[in-house]
Design a binder for this molecule. Structure first.
Ligand code: ADP
Ligand code: MG
Length: 456
């Protein structure tokens, strides 16, 4: 068969032109510049992309649009297929990797591991869902265009949600992509210790030189710097030096900058200057996707009902999901048997029984909510049904349901012996209201944060 017959390249070129005119330049650069037309078959266009992360993102974001445009232009149903080609520079069309003369280009396979980075923390291994897609996309974009777009970038979120994984993925990806870039990953704690050491040893100039000559500076867990004035001061100067010469900086923190305490105003304003993105706890579908990926990586098989059991019960963060999986694997190796649903349930009992926020009781919640709404604790628990009391009571029930593992029956009992259906109804009311009232979510988050510091 004449292979020329299936050459759809002109339609492809026209399609990307159209899409380019419809999206922002940044989006175009991020997603389309690294995509390369490699050929056609009957009703199929083949493209190469640099990674599976990239492929998933393109499919999710643009596949419909691409295929619709191809249909419109060619009058045919042309599908798009992606091949992952780990070439260092896809922009150089029709050249084999050896021929690429880009000084930054490297062979992904050959480059040794960056000594400060864990090479398992890559974008390929990072599962993207609603809870983390903004942060993951920003991180990916930074790794491809360091110093050119989102600078600085601060990724924040609770423990075990993937901050370290993402910040290191930026380092790993940029390290493979570019030669001659100095990339440094460090925790804020190590940064502080090195700084103090340099003062003691009177080698401050070496410390300054070291950090001010870096191209991509990645500092993990900056909440650690709270109250550390000297280190903050030093970081402030490092920041300015790097920022002025368009060097990329990425930070992570366990909370938004506005909630960091004992932080100098000028450093705070620097952190806030660039892009601030958050990581949220994964939803059920993302938890399933993550767990399935981990199981695949470990090359083991676990039945889907056990995977569902874990994902239904562990809602806190990815680290807890991993711990549950590790425990099951360890058990199955120990007894040298496949795991059944019953054993899984028994083995993971402790994990499941733990409330998400250890030691938070319904009583704690009632006190904090009462205080927040300026009500008496007894009224909140009592029988009165005026609106001024009923609404805070519903919020308290909702929070109890969300952040503890108490059943609706147990919650009802704590609220003056109410029935579990009352609790369910209250939770439903709050959920409905959350959809229409944008101020409610911050209120609830505020109360939850207050609870974490409350007698626990
Ligand atoms: P943090 O720094 O926010 O406390 P980590 O980055 O250490 O969290 O993540 C905890 C664990 O969960 C790590 O093993 C990490 O690889 C894994 N993890 C977190 N998010 C994801 C994700 N979206 N996909 C795959 N693994 C993830
Ligand atoms: Mg971390």
């Amino acid at each position: 068969m004449d292979s020329q017959k299936w050459d759809y390249e002109i339609f492809w070129i026209e399609t990307i032109k159209r899409i380019q005119s419809e999206i922002t330049e940044q989006e175009y650069t991020m997603w389309f510049k690294n995509m390369l037309y490699t050929g056609s078959e009957e009703s199929v266009i083949m493209l190469s992309v640099p990674s599976s992360f990239y492929k998933d993102q393109i499919i999710q974001r643009y596949l419909n649009r691409i295929e619709d445009t191809l249909l419109e232009l060619s009058g045919q149903n042309i599908r798009v297929e992606f091949n992952i080609t780990k070439r260092a520079d896809n922009k150089k069309e029709n050249k084999k990797p050896e021929e690429i003369k880009n000084p930054h280009a490297v062979d992904v396979q050959k480059k040794p591991k960056h000594r400060q980075l864990n090479n398992e923390y890559t974008f390929e291994r990072f599962v993207v869902g609603d809870s983390n897609s903004f942060a993951a996309n920003a991180a990916y974009s930074i790794s491809r265009n360091p110093g050119k777009g989102y600078n600085p970038c601060l990724i924040y979120g609770g423990v075990g949600l993937g901050k370290t994984h993402l910040i290191q993925a930026i380092g790993n990806s940029a390290y493979q992509e570019f030669n001659n870039l100095k990339i440094s990953y460090i925790t804020a704690e190590t940064f502080a210790n090195e700084f103090i050491f340099s003062i003691q040893k009177k080698s401050g100039h070496l410390f300054k030189n070291k950090y001010r000559s870096i191209d991509i500076l990645l500092i993990d867990d900056i909440h650690f710097l709270q109250g550390k004035e000297g280190t903050q001061e030093e970081l402030f100067h490092t920041f300015n030096a790097l920022y002025d010469s368009n060097k990329q900086m990425v930070f992570t923190s366990d909370r938004p900058v506005s909630e960091l305490r004992s932080l100098s105003d000028r450093l705070r304003s620097r952190f806030e200057r660039g892009l601030n993105v958050d990581l949220q706890p994964p939803d059920y579908e993302t938890r399933m996707a993550i767990l399935n990926r981990k199981i695949e990586e470990k090359r083991i098989t676990i039945s889907s009902d056990i995977i569902e059991l874990i994902c239904r019960n562990i809602k806190t963060n990815v680290r807890d999901l991993e711990k549950a999986l590790t425990k099951l694997i360890a058990y199955s190796e120990l007894v040298n048997k496949n795991i059944t649903l019953e054993t899984a349930q028994r083995q993971l009992q402790d994990f499941f029984a733990q409330p998400n926020h250890k030691n938070i009781t319904i009583d704690n919640i009632q006190k904090v909510v009462a205080e927040y709404f300026n009500l008496s604790y007894n009224d909140l628990k009592g029988k009165k049904r005026t609106k001024a009391i009923a609404f805070p009571r519903q919020i308290a029930m909702y929070i109890a349901r969300e952040i503890t593992e108490y059943s609706t029956t147990e919650i009802g009992l704590e609220f003056g012996g109410r029935d579990h259906t009352t609790v369910m109804h209250a939770c439903q009311r709050i959920e409905d209201r959350l959809k229409s009232d944008a101020t409610l979510e911050p209120t609830i988050q505020h109360i939850i944060r207050a609870l974490k510091g409350y007698g626990v």
